[in-house]
Design a protein around this ligand. Structure first.
Ligand code: IVH
Length: 702
């Protein structure tokens, strides 16, 4: 249901009244219907319009009040209550269900000629000189169908083979932009089947792949696969955490309430899209364009292709539909596709190429990453010649061989990915990839921990690891030594000037100044930058040491927990785990680091060379936020994330890296994802909007 200005004001007034009364059980019970309406309204503002009127904490307060009231009076629970999205337990298996109307595919077109041909046929079939078309983005996700009966969402299914799909109602209920009920009855409609596309936004996809990388799992190729895979997860709560979205773009079936006739508005495709929007669905009302004649269609499609990368989600083309539904009926369909619609496909972001060789890169923790060298191929405006193969399992699962033709994909700003090898094109001289047993750089033995997919070089003095360690040490978020970038580090290492991180502070500048390409001025600047870095705050040094699983955030927590880095040497695992934000994995890694003699030797040397190992300003005992843990999620609009974090730290608070019961405040910006979902389940965490945070700290900028 779309809300007009008056309804919006009324619901907002009700929101304010209800918020004041959540402690009053009798009041909540009396107003349970209004409470549900208010929550539905705010879900709509948040998930469909992307324009919330309520902070998450306030939404939460009302949601909990409803949950409590319903728990005390289960007889009052309605099937479309906002609480009914939450599913208990796992889905054993997905039943196969038939679509009310087969989900046909679309004919494809690739250029203006194809569209002109198609328009000619459409004009012949309809007998018209000019046809009115409705053009929409072709959403690149997973196709679904929804059935509403007597206003209630009763079934959701995947496309399957077009005739039958998997019943995934519970999973689809986790997508908050899909209404659990919608006012079809008011339009005289008893049952309706709607089609649409489930998407994962580019941002959520990136985050999802990052979380896979943290677990040493290979990334997914594109948001389409991520959306399709997410819909088939057996744990609905996990589906909820994936933050999927849905566009609904087609009404495929309507059965009327006896005595009613089809509303006039539904006689055009545009009318259907607008009606779906008014009923509270996320339909492409704003994304669609209605034009007359094929030339306008062509112009619009080419125009939109230019905007493709600016959209928050992937589209792989446009869909052109004859707008008038009676004309659609006249044109009919083939067994494969309707004749009244066609897809205009954008230039492919996939290409085939040949795998020439596999090289192995050694990371700073000794991780060995296989990298495919392919015959250079242009994809989406970029020439691709090198693609990560992630780990040995990835190569085995995809049966990738040297000499194979491979299908490569680059979805928007997503890094290139080998989708599959093409075994049908093999000639017989392709070679299986034998993963090395020894480090390609130092020949040290490789080892792999149980349950890990990554092989690592066990030699701590491995040149490749040392160079990567130095590169990380000097990087912007670590010791930030400008002028000592990767190229110079490699050069100085080759010349024997750099041996490990401590030798940065003993670089023989008298020799370097005599070398070609190392000017007096830039070397003076570099010397100064190196000297200045000695006084960097402790958290930067901790991050710079490149201890496994210790990133910027954990480094800050550690620096705030000690007065001197050496203290950590005496911590056992238990004591390490007592530090905020330090779990078992991080504790093990820290323990191992501080019990490795070479590491202690490096710390000795750094200290002797004047590098700061004391917490100094990092260790804040007082401050208005002292003892409080914060985490920011989503995009902030008034503050820069780094400034917001600095506000917390300068007031004695801490920034945690994830949601746990140790967290006190989650500050939520736009497009917040799984962290918010997780935090909502932990009652002790207070969820703040950015404005709440600014009011609380009283500081807009520093
Ligand atoms: S209309 C009979 N509209 O593209 C109606 N499809 O390649 C046919 N798709 O199976 C579908 N965006 O999953 C339509 N705006 C859009 C679409 C769209 C994406 C998908 C749909 C279809 C596939 C065909």
């Amino acid at each position: 249901m779309r809300y007009n200005a008056e309804q919006t004001r009324h619901l907002q007034d009700n929101t304010v009244l209800l918020l004041k009364k959540t402690h009053d059980a009798a009041h909540m019970l009396h107003h349970i219907v209004g409470l549900r309406d208010v929550l539905r309204f705010h879900e709509y503002r948040y998930y469909v319009l992307n324009d919330p009127l309520l902070s998450d904490a306030e939404y939460d307060q009302l949601y909990k009040a409803l949950e409590k009231t319903e728990a005390e009076h289960p007889e009052l629970i309605t099937l479309d209550s906002p609480t009914q999205r939450v599913a208990k337990g796992l889905t054993a298996s997905f039943a196969t269900v038939s679509h009310l109307v087969p989900m046909l595919s679309l004919e494809n077109s690739y250029d203006a000629h194809d569209l002109i041909d198609w328009d000619r046929k459409a004009r012949e079939l309809t007998g018209l000189d000019t046809i009115e078309y409705c053009i929409e983005p072709k959403f690149d996700g997973a196709s679904i169908s929804l059935i509403y009966e007597e206003d209630l969402l009763t079934r959701g299914a995947t496309r399957g083979d077009g005739v039958e799909g998997d019943e995934i109602t519970t999973n689809l209920k986790q997508i908050r932009s899909i209404p659990l009920s919608a006012g079809f009855a008011a339009l005289g409609i008893r049952q309706v089947e709607i089609r649409g596309e489930v998407l994962m936004t580019k941002n959520n996809f990136k985050r999802y792949n990052e979380s896979l990388a943290e677990q040493n799992l290979p990334p997914l190729a594109n948001p389409r696969n991520a959306a399709a895979g997410s819909l088939r997860i057996k744990d609905p709560a996990e589906v909820g955490r994936r933050n999927l979205e849905a566009f609904l773009y087609h009404i495929s079936y309507i059965s009327l309430i006896p005595g009613h006739s089809l509303p006039k508005d539904l006689n055009s495709h545009q009318g259907c899209i607008d009606a779906l929007w008014s009923l509270g669905f996320r339909s492409p009302k704003k994304e669609k364009e209605v034009v007359k004649g094929i030339q306008s269609v062509i112009n619009h499609c080419l125009d939109y292709e230019g905007k493709r990368d600016d959209l928050p989600y992937e589209i792989d083309g446009m869909v052109i539909k004859v707008n008038d539904l009676s004309l659609q009926e006249k044109m009919g369909m083939t067994t494969h596709h309707p004749r009244w619609a066609i897809a205009f496909k954008f230039k492919a972001r996939q290409a085939t190429s040949k795998l020439i060789a596999v090289e192995y890169q050694v990371g700073r923790t000794g991780s060995i990453t296989p990298v495919a060298k392919i015959e250079p191929v242009p994809i989406g405006g970029v020439t691709v010649s090198s693609i990560s193969l992630h780990n040995e399992d990835f190569i085995r699962q995809k049966d990738i061989r040297i000499g194979d033709s491979v299908l490569v994909e680059r979805a928007g700003d997503v890094i290139p990915y080998i989708v599959k090898s093409l075994p049908d094109l093999r000639k017989g001289d392709e070679k299986r990839i034998s993963f090395p047993t020894h480090c390609p750089i130092c020949n040290g033995l490789l080892s792999k921990e149980e349950e890990e997919a990554v092989w690592r070089c066990t030699n701590l003095h491995c040149e490749a690891q040392v160079v990567e360690r130095i590169i990380h040490f000097t990087s912007k978020d670590a010791m930030d030594i400008r002028g000592l970038g990767e190229a110079n580090i490699r050069k100085f290492f080759q010349l024997g000037f750099l041996k490990d991180i401590h030798s940065i502070y003993t670089l023989p500048f008298e020799k370097i100044r005599g070398l070609e390409g190392f000017g007096e001025k830039s070397m003076n600047n570099l010397e100064e930058a190196i000297n200045n870095s000695k006084l960097q705050p402790l958290h930067r040094l901790i991050n710079a040491l490149g201890i496994r699983f210790v990133g910027e955030t954990t480094a800050k927590t550690l620096a705030q927990s000690v007065k001197h880095l050496r203290e950590l040497q005496d911590y056992d695992r238990e004591k390490l785990m007592g530090i905020e934000d330090v779990g078992e994995k991080v504790a093990d890694s820290l323990y191992a680091f501080f019990h490795q003699p070479t590491n202690l030797e490096i710390l000795d040397r750094l200290e002797a060379l004047g590098v700061n190992l004391s917490a100094g300003q990092d260790h804040i005992a007082g401050g208005s936020l002292s003892g409080m843990n914060f985490l920011f999620t989503g995009t902030l609009s008034r503050l820069k994330r780094s400034n917001a974090e600095a506000i917390v730290e300068s007031n004695g608070g801490k920034i945690l890296s994830g949601v746990s019961s140790k967290l006190n405040f989650l500050v939520v910006g736009e497009d917040a994802g799984s962290k918010l979902e997780k935090a909502r389940k932990i009652p002790s965490i207070r969820i703040l909007s950015e404005d709440d945070f600014i009011n609380m700290t009283g500081s807009e900028s520093i």
